[in-house]
Write a new protein. Structure first.
Lengths: 302, 327
């Protein structure tokens, strides 16, 4: 079998499609919530935190696998504890980075330990790290549906104040936005999303879904509407596209997903740079600023 | 606690406060209807405080503060670092409770998130990762604190858009509406910030060193902008600054905080060598040269008086753009 056949194979595609429609549905969901939450991940500079959370989520899932517990719950528990730890212990960006740097290898090490102890199939093991189209069964899909619903509901309610607190925490606090309380709430939602992503693309590649789509969207637009919309479109395209391409082959899905999302980013970056060179914000020279020094000169001074 | 005797010894001008209020009991009602100032009987002060004091443990920042700032006044708050200027702003924002006394904004007790207050902070830059348009930053001042997604009917959307355009035009930033804020210069961004602070149509603008990161030309522009606003809309402006000279042309009153005490009055009354010497309890010279005011510790610069704003004044060329404009 050539490399090409390994990469792309569309034999019995229809049958596989019906067999794996749960996975595709789960992937689409993930693209949706990953794209939405990614907007805040990028703006709040939590990229590294996402990576740290995903490693602990991996450890949780590996532990669940070892003891024969529900893997989804295991990964949720792992990522929630990491998210809350990072949220509470690393308030300042610099502190946060070093704390994540401490936490991440520990999580990864734990996960490796649990996997080494796990006697089952190796494919299951690597699935958690690099993603695998294991057929998502119905209970698992229901879990993912439920968690996604929670994430979307919380984001919908928090959207405006969270955005305010993200862009301008000082002014938001002055306007009565509970800036400090929003932070842990957001970390919980982020933890849930990461746990979902680990199920599909694996712990190592969560960033491709939680950061890349939003980062790509922000290269081409600053619109309050189009950033999340594009981010979701990019996210869903990456996951669903990746799954569809990976279906027939014998490889994990993550290389497909990450390649698509990377290509989207590259295209967006080139487009954005071109726009920057032409002058992003066409500042029409309407008039001189309202009270230019020239106006002042004629006014009597108090 | 040291009594602010200096206030009693100096009676500020008629427009400002006196110290007639009892210092021991905080009044329970806001000072309406000119109980204290006969000249402006019907006007509710934009800001009033009664016996307001703030202390952290033993350290008294200020005490016995009685203010009545009428609508439309431009008040500069001066003082050395740590004298409680920013804390006063935080009190009026409702973020910092008073140790003693009470404070009101437009007749209402101070509270956090009040729409009667607009806030322009010192921090100018917005993180470069933040891809948000200027119009969306202004919109946050309008409804950013509300829960839920920013979704509304087409008519409502148009109304919001028109309001934002109007606000941006009022600060001379209409052309910046669709520019990402991370690509704006400091002066442009500060204009957008002022527009956002004005979005709730506040009675008072609290500005915490809004000019600190700007060059002289932009300082002058933003200061003139604030001045125009207060003249046209009667919005009082409380303006914390290290350098009075950028706003000297516009200032009605100066609130000078130092050594746990304060002095309030028109700049020519407060910024005098005698007055500040008494306030600091150490020799201080106020030098007026070419219309600029420079405050220096007169004998020993290390005598415990840290006059940070005069560093700036002393190092600037005496004939800056500020002065040329005035002539």
């Amino acid at each position: 079998m050539s490399v090409w056949d390994k990469l792309f194979s569309f034999e019995n595609y229809g049958e596989l499609l019906t067999l794996l429609h749960n996975s595709i549905l789960a992937g689409a969901l993930l693209g949706l919530i990953g794209g939405l939450i990614g907007v805040f991940v990028v703006m709040r500079d939590l990229t590294f935190a996402v990576h740290g959370i995903s490693e602990l989520s991996f450890a949780g899932a590996a532990f669940a696998l070892l003891v024969g517990f529900n893997v989804v719950i295991g990964s949720i528990l792992g990522s929630l504890s990491a998210a809350l730890l990072i949220g509470f212990l690393g308030v300042r960006a610099r502190e946060r980075s070093s704390f994540i740097g401490v936490l991440m290898p520990f999580g990864l090490g734990l996960g490796v330990l649990f996997l080494a102890l796990y006697p089952g199939r190796a494919a299951n093991k690597f699935g958690l790290l690099t993603g695998q189209i294991v057929a998502v069964d119905d209970p698992q899909l229901f879990w993912m549906l439920g968690v996604s619903a929670v994430v979307i509901a919380v984001l919908a309610i928090l959207w405006r104040p969270l955005m305010f607190a993200t862009v301008d925490p000082e002014i938001a606090a002055a306007r009565g936005v509970p800036v400090r309380a929003l932070s842990p709430v957001f970390m919980i939602v982020l933890g849930l999303t990461v746990a979902m992503a680990v199920q599909v693309v694996g712990a190592l590649l969560v960033l491709a879904l939680l950061v890349t789509p939003a980062a790509a969207a922000m290269r081409v637009t600053a619109s309050a509407l189009w950033v999340p919309v594009l981010s979701v479109i990019f996210g869903v395209t990456s996951v669903v596209g990746g799954i569809l391409l990976a279906l027939g082959g014998s490889l994990p899905i993550s290389p497909y997903v990450t390649t698509i999302s990377f290509l989207i980013y590259v295209v967006c970056r080139i487009t954005g740079n071109r726009r920057l060179r032409r002058g992003w914000a066409r500042r029409t020279e309407l008039a001189e600023p309202a009270a230019s020094p020239a106006d002042r000169r004629s006014q009597p001074v108090g | 606690m040291r009594r602010p005797t200096i206030m009693d010894s100096q009676a500020p001008s008629a427009a400002s406060t006196n110290t007639a209020a009892p210092n021991t009991v905080a009044p329970k009602t806001p000072p309406r209807n000119g109980a204290r100032t006969s000249s402006a009987a019907a006007v509710v002060p934009a800001v009033s405080t009664r016996d307001a004091g703030l202390a952290f443990g033993d350290r008294v920042l200020w005490s016995g503060l009685n203010l009545d700032i009428p609508p439309g006044q431009f008040v500069a708050i001066l003082g050395s670092n740590g004298s409680g200027k920013t804390s006063l702003i935080r009190v009026l924002l409702g973020e910092q409770p008073l140790s003693t006394g009470a404070a009101w904004i437009a007749g209402e007790p101070v509270r956090r998130g009040s729409t009667l207050v607009g806030y322009v902070p010192q921090k100018v830059s917005i993180d470069s990762a933040t891809m948000v348009k200027a119009r969306d930053v202004v919109r946050m001042g309008l409804d950013g604190h509300r829960w839920g997604m920013p979704i509304g009917s087409a008519r409502k959307r148009h109304a919001v858009r028109a309001t934002i355009d109007e606000l941006l035009a009022s600060v001379g930033a209409a052309q910046l509406a669709d520019a990402p804020v991370s690509m704006l210069s400091g002066g442009e961004l500060q204009r957008v910030r002022v527009a956002a602070a004005l979005a709730s149509n506040p009675s008072i603008l609290l500005c915490d060193e809004p000019l600190a990161a700007l060059d002289l030309r932009h300082q002058q522009e933003v200061a003139a902008l604030l001045d125009r606003r207060r003249r046209e809309h009667d919005t009082a402006v409380l303006f914390v600054t290290h350098d009075i000279n950028a706003v000297l042309d516009y200032v009605d009153q100066v609130l000078y905080l130092a050594a746990g005490r304060f002095r309030l009055g028109p700049p020519e009354e407060v910024l005098t060598s005698e007055g500040l010497t008494e306030l600091y309890g150490a020799p201080v010279d106020v030098i007026r040269t070419q219309g600029r005011v420079i405050v220096v510790a007169s004998t020993d610069p290390t005598a415990g008086v840290h006059l940070s704003h005069d560093d700036h004044g002393a190092t600037d060329p005496p004939l800056g753009p500020t002065r040329r404009i005035r002539r």
